[in-house]
Design a protein around this ligand. Sequence first.
Ligand code: ATP
Ligand code: PRP
Ligand code: MG
Length: 378
Amino acid sequence: MLTTMSQIRFPLYCCYASSSSSASLSETKVLNGNPGGTLSARQEIRLGLPSKGRMSSDTLELLKNCQLSVKQVNPRQYVAQIPQISNLEVWFQRPKDIVRKLLSGDLDLGIVGLDTLTEFGQGSDDLIIVHEALDYGDCRLSIAIPQYGIFENINSLEELAKMPQWTEEKPLRVATGFTYLGPKFMKDNGIKHVAFSTADGALEAAPAMGIADAILDLVSSGTTLKENNLKEIEGGIVLESQAALVASRKSMIERKGVLETTHEMLERLEAHLRASGQFTVTANMRGSSAEEVAERVLSQPSLAGLQGPTVSPVFCKRDGKVSADYYAIVICVPKKALYKSIQQLRAVGGSGVLISPLTYIFDEETPRWRQLLSKLGL
Ligand SMILES: Nc1ncnc2c1ncn2[C@@H]1O[C@H](COP(=O)(O)OP(=O)(O)OP(=O)(O)O)[C@@H](O)[C@H]1O
Ligand SMILES: O=P(O)(O)OC[C@H]1O[C@H](OP(=O)(O)OP(=O)(O)O)[C@H](O)[C@@H]1O
Ligand SMILES: [Mg+2]
């Protein structure tokens, strides 16, 4: 059923259960967790993780790779521990409920997609993104229209908005699960005659079913759009999303231990994510001194490493004398630039090149931590 923009506003903290039989029931307040406002007295720190769906196993995998394995007795038990961090409880929840419970103060930290965070966080300044790029769950929230019929030659949001078909009486009908971001995006883009309808999934069917003219949904590979004869349009991307670590401002400031736990999680995540894009490369080079070898290595654009190459003499004994004719160099190289780096190493005399995976890179204090402290006014 089609609803107009003004009909699909869903309040964030509470809604009213409707009942045709009882006037008093229609005033019953239904909350998304605790009424918020004051912090509850619990001692434990709570981290919300996706209980199901495509984010759930990738989240557990990421934490495991940060040496933060989640110990869950069985998959239907919704509370678990991360033994590496004392006093931390993991609670498995649906992604939208993680955001709601961060807002209500029932969770302190959570991992969700930026799309869910933006839709259900609705701009609340209590939600602080600690790490915005956990490198999985990549997708975009995007408008799509049919490839056929009156839309055949429409390829941009501007062209869509200008179509003479949309009037006050007969607006552009958009089906979406994003009932906050959808109307906001249209309003921000000055598009007037729009009406939204909502559904829980399989939105790509709506145009062919005659329910909607366009949809606003997540796109990743684009296969679902293609299989349903839909296309994205220029200017139609509302946001780009991937998994993010989020924390409640109030918890970080007021609840004992939350800021320290956030710091530890951020450090471990950053160390793992930085390392996962790099290899360690070791090679031998003939040379007259460490400086001369370093100069040759640094003459190549892909061999600078994190802070420059480590160059160490390789000693050997010849005619009873110990000398260093060779030097071992160690650098970090982005995985994507591996082959180019090997070519450059060979070009400056490198041989015996060894490549090993990197597990963690703990650098100096991360800029994200400084940004977090400044957002908290600390
Ligand atoms: N096709 C996709 N490819 C990659 N990531 C996606 C895709 N669709 C959704 N996501 C990301 O994964 C998150 C969870 O999506 P998922 O479909 O698993 O759960 P949901 O949509 O919240 O629940 P459900 O589909 O069961 O109602 C989304 O919020 C988004 O960040
Ligand atoms: O671009 P693609 O790689 O094809 O992915 C996009 C699809 O993935 C999500 O659906 P999901 O699988 O979660 O099903 P749902 O509609 O039931 O939520 C999203 O809502 C799209 O329908
Ligand atoms: Mg889904």
